[in-house]
Design a protein around this ligand. Structure first.
Ligand SMILES: [Zn+2]
Ligand SMILES: [Zn+2]
Length: 84
């Protein structure tokens, strides 16, 4: 049985990136990003290339470029996943 790894920032178990627990200083990858790399409002993209908000913005930009409405894409995906 693997012993559980607990994030020192939020106290929740680290599962997804458990193999990189030490690399991220005993935290979730996202907690590590917010603690050491993310600057400013956590709800907005920061200047770090690994920022998940920046990734979302880049993907949204590409969708628009390809002629899709990101909002509509999310609505359709939500409908598909949760039948709402
Ligand atoms: Zn955490
Ligand atoms: Zn960030």
């Amino acid at each position: 049985m693997s012993q559980s790894k607990i994030c020192k920032r939020c106290n929740l178990p680290v599962i997804e990136n458990a193999d990189q627990y030490e690399v991220f200083e005993n935290m979730h990858w996202l907690c590590f990003h917010l603690e050491f790399e993310h600057e400013g409002d956590p709800d907005a993209a920061c200047g770090d290339p690994s920022c998940p908000w920046w990734h979302i913005a880049a993907l949204k930009g590409k969708l628009v470029e390809l002629g899709f409405d990101p909002q509509q894409v999310l609505l359709e995906a939500t409908k598909e996943k949760w039948n709402r």
